[in-house]
Design a protein around this ligand. Structure first.
Ligand code: DGT
Length: 227
């Protein structure tokens, strides 16, 4: 069903790449997923702009965020929104474009959580939201498929501890549980916000040695597009 839909889209006259956003909790394996697809010549892979967040004209906004969320969340989310928009707008001649996260998860998961925790207050969220609505209507940032790397919070917590990213030292299991719930409501149960595309859910609790069969499910869909 899905394959037929994608093929139909690709045989239409549009030359826009088939655009896939890769979503999932912190530590769900988005980077590893993207690395798997980097080897295909028909796929344009755009990793998340974390390095830009660590160096905005010399400022480490990611570190600022974790050190003092009340002070820096608005600044951070503003920059995330800009850098995500830039990724959505990257042009490619390749038929498939994969993006790590999106302007949508920034708005629907992270900003929403910051609002619920009262780290961002309603007026600040309103400003970010007005920008969000303006950007998604004025720019062509349409998405054709969402790959949801579904995990359990306990598993990603272990991974976050193991990778030991210096900015993330204060990340708690509770934070990951809350963020998991935001993703679940948006992408799995579909009870919060709208999904900009069909969602393909993969079991991303599997470790690197067994996750290939999950990647294969996505690969089957995508590589059919290029014929
Ligand atoms: P992966 O490959 O699935 O392990 O992906 P990560 O964990 O490297 O990438 P991601 O996007 O889940 O998170 C990178 C860091 O940036 C992490 O500390 C969470 C933070 N982050 C990403 N997007 C946002 C956002 O919109 N708002 C906030 N507050 N933090 C964000």
């Amino acid at each position: 069903m899905m394959l037929r839909n994608i093929s139909r889209m690709m045989t239409s006259k549009s030359t826009k790449p088939f655009t896939v956003i890769i979503e999932g909790n912190i530590g769900s394996g988005k980077t590893t997923f993207l690395q798997h697809f980097e080897k295909y010549k028909d796929v344009c892979v755009l990793s998340e702009p974390v390095e830009m967040w660590r160096d905005c004209a010399g400022h480490n906004l990611l570190a600022n965020l974790y050190e003092n969320p009340v002070k820096w969340s608005f600044t951070f989310q503003s920059y995330v929104q800009l850098t995500m928009l830039q990724h959505h707008l990257v042009a490619t001649t390749k038929p498939i474009k994969l993006l790590e996260r999106s302007i949508f998860s920034a708005r629907y998961c992270f900003i929403e959580k910051l609002l619920r925790d009262e780290i961002l207050l309603a007026p600040s969220v309103s400003v970010l939201n007005e920008w969000f609505k303006y950007l998604i209507t004025k720019f062509n940032i349409s998405v054709d498929l969402i790959v949801y790397l579904r995990t359990s919070p306990e598993v990603v917590y272990e991974r976050v501890l193991a990778r030991n990213r210096k900015e993330e030292k204060s990340l708690s299991l509770q934070y990951l549980k809350d963020l998991h719930d935001m993703h679940e409501k948006w992408l799995f149960y579909k009870t919060a916000f709208s999904c900009p595309a069909h969602v393909l859910t993969l079991n991303a609790d599997l470790d690197k040695s067994t996750i290939e069969k999950e990647y294969q499910k996505c690969q089957d869909h995508l590589l059919t597009i290029t014929g």
